[in-house]
Design a protein around this ligand. Sequence first.
Ligand code: ZN
Ligand code: ZN
Length: 263
Amino acid sequence: MKQLLNKWLKNSQLFNFCLKMDTLKQFIFKPNCLLCAESTAQNSKNTHPSTHAVCGECLAELPWHPKTSCPQCGLASSGAGLNAIVCGSCLNSPPDFDATKAVFLYAYPIDAMMLRYKYGSMLNLGDTFGEFLAEKINIEDCLRNIDLIVPMPMHPQRLQERGFNQALEIAKILTKNCKEKLDYKSTERQTLTPPQASLPLKERVKNIKGAFKVNTALKEKRIAIIDDVMTTGASLNELAKTLKKAGASHVECWVVARTLPHQ
Ligand SMILES: [Zn+2]
Ligand SMILES: [Zn+2]
């Protein structure tokens, strides 16, 4: 694994470099795996389609979110085999969202990639994450039952600091064939709260309360919220609650990575 990270870090430096050199990127780097630099085009071990620029060998090593997880919160469930069942915690105290779909567990090397995407200079990882999400959840099928795709809104000040909303970039990939479903304007983040990651779990719920505002009626709308990482789910739950108060009938969370409780 360490070797994989070293290769990836080395490759990501090349990747950063080639972002500035589009021509070179087109001809030399594009067919190479984002993680190990092996060719994704002619690797005989590559058994997966390489829409997300990761080779088959690396794909097999990624921390995939288990299909047996609770369909509502995405955490471990006591489901037998492939039949995932709603966990005890969701049965006892149901969250405001109705379902959670995640691609990965928030573990190595996804955590390192996510940090590079959000705080580094690898903006293209947004496309990669969006493509992974689209493929894992079978986006065409999922979109048939969803009216609106709402990326987790960012407070204007944070947006100015970072320069982009990481959830919106992922949502754009998911809606590339149905742009009319992308809705990043009717929901706002109205309070600037400390980053959730800096707070203990219980404080996160208090911190995020009342943070969102919906500017339009969402009567009977079926909505999927897009976010990069779901940790306690406090932000997603608060947004789901706000969307339902505005009339939404069904809210799902579609996230790139799900953190397990002990992490
Ligand atoms: Zn690879
Ligand atoms: Zn659950």
